[in-house]
Design a protein around this ligand. Structure first.
Ligand code: HAM
Length: 429
């Protein structure tokens, strides 16, 4: 067998990543920050399986979504798919187990997702989402709190430059009605709107017999933040006008009650998934360039589609990997992984005392490693420094004789002796 072929068998699958301890330390640090904020907003954690029935994801979007999924038939002949997102799974679980829970119900999750995407920076085939679903209320304050939560999470983990855009699918629907284009044409136009490719959009509108004046007006509505102008443009749709009125209320709450300084109106938000209806929002990190969308969410309907009793549903998901990339690109100073103590037995005779010192310190809640390879003290201390140990505990013949240990502060090199029983207090300072 050719060598290159043998090697490729053992390579990591395309679009996936390994995370070594240094990376996992950063990931868990940020994950903890995110989970803290979810809990701070009254959300409880939910976990669902990594795979579901394929039907769960095709029910709304149709078979065309299969191209974007990892799907398979298991040994029992069941058609399954690795989850591409967590909203549909959470709603399935809600219907099976939580419909009777007091409302509103606030659920958050952190989990891996799988999409058969074309991999590039910030776009992977396995990635992680931190998200939430809010069931049982669609009051303006509920929507404002939801959006504020997404924004607060990203701020709380340390991102400086983020942009919040809010749109509404009922309004964009009313805008489309003015153009009088067919559903098929509309579908073709959505990617241009999604990517803000306005020149291409203008050409596509012209090809579909929309007059230059109408096309210009449509493009302006996609970009203007002026709610008065948009209201005038969709004035024939009572529903759209009502949604714009609600949006005004949400914006005021965000600015005045939730301290979000600059929420932007952007009717050009179309969202990729088919279950959204009214309010939609996205948060971007401009620093990321092409794959800058950090978070997406809004108001949707899946409960009655899956056979549950209709309730208001809204939520969002943050692309965890992109949030990390944005932090790194902004130069965020992550704290370093560190160890409280590294224990060094200087001689073979000290090994027993070193092991029991390590055991005692671990019982007292400190993170402790010790020299397991019987190397000289110089090399052992070098290794301890590489592990970012804050202290070293050195035990040699003299220490054994005096029934003490030497405690070395690894930051300034200062040393003192004390009995093992005093170590934890000294280390904790
Ligand atoms: P989504 O916009 O498809 O929404 O995904 C949310 C976020 O996941 C995106 O903004 C992006 O940051 C990240 N993301 C998506 N695809 C990839 C990928 N291939 N690689 C890395 N990151 C990616 C949803 O999934 C909805 N379920 C959100 C939601 C919850 N809506 C209501 N509730």
């Amino acid at each position: 067998m050719a060598r290159w072929f043998q090697r490729s068998v053992y390579q990591i699958p395309r679009g996936t990543r390994d995370f070594v301890p240094e990376e996992m330390w950063k990931r868990r640090f940020v994950q903890r920050g995110i989970e803290e904020t979810f809990r701070g907003f009254g959300y409880g954690e939910i976990q669902t399986p990594s795979f579901e029935t394929l039907e769960l994801f095709t029910a709304k979007s149709g078979a065309s979504i299969i191209d974007e999924l990892y799907n398979f038939v298991d040994k029992g002949g069941r058609e399954l798919a690795l989850r591409p997102e967590l909203t549909a799974p959470v709603i399935r679980c809600y219907i099976e187990r939580l419909q009777m829970a007091p409302k509103p119900l606030k659920l958050f999750y952190f989990g891996n997702c799988f999409r058969y995407d074309r991999p590039q920076k910030g776009r992977y085939r396995e990635f992680w989402q931190a998200g939430c679903e809010l069931l049982g209320t669609d009051s303006p304050e509920a929507h404002a709190e939801l959006i504020a939560l997404a924004f607060t999470i990203l701020r709380h983990i340390g991102l400086r430059d983020i942009v919040l855009n809010i749109g509404n699918l009922t309004v964009i629907q009313a805008m489309f009605e003015r153009l009088r284009v067919t559903d098929a044409v509309k579908k073709d136009l959505l990617p241009f709107i999604d990517k803000s490719q306005f020149e291409d959009l203008f050409s596509a509108l012209r090809v579909n017999d929309v007059s230059p004046q109408e096309a210009e007006a449509f493009l302006e509505m996609l970009q203007t933040p002026d709610l008065e102008k948009i209201t005038a443009y969709v004035s024939r749709s009572k529903q759209a006008v009502a949604e714009l009125e609600r949006l005004r209320g949400v914006l005021t709450l965000l600015k005045e009650s939730f301290g979000i300084p600059d929420p932007r109106v952007k009717m050009g938000i179309v969202r990729g998934l088919d279950y959204y209806k009214g309010l939609v929002f996205e948060i971007e990190a401009p620093v990321l360039g092409a794959e800058k969308q950090l978070c997406g969410g809004g108001d949707y309907e899946l409960v009655s589609l899956f056979g549950g009793t209709l309730v208001p549903q809204a939520g969002f998901a943050i692309g965890f990997d992109r949030a990390l990339l944005a932090l790194e690109t902004e130069g965020y100073a992550f704290p370093e992984a560190s160890l409280d103590v590294f224990v060094v037995p200087v001689s073979e005779a000290a090994m027993g005392a070193a092991l029991s010192a390590a055991t005692q310190l671990r019982f007292q809640g400190l993170s402790v490693d010790l020299d397991l390879v019987r190397r000289g003290i110089g090399k052992a201390l070098k290794y301890a420094a590489a592990q970012h140990a804050r202290f070293a505990v050195i035990i040699g013949p003299k220490e054994l004789e005096d029934r003490v240990v030497t405690l070395r502060n690894m930051t300034d090199g200062s040393q003192s002796t004390c009995p093992v029983t005093e170590l934890a207090v000294r280390i904790r300072g």
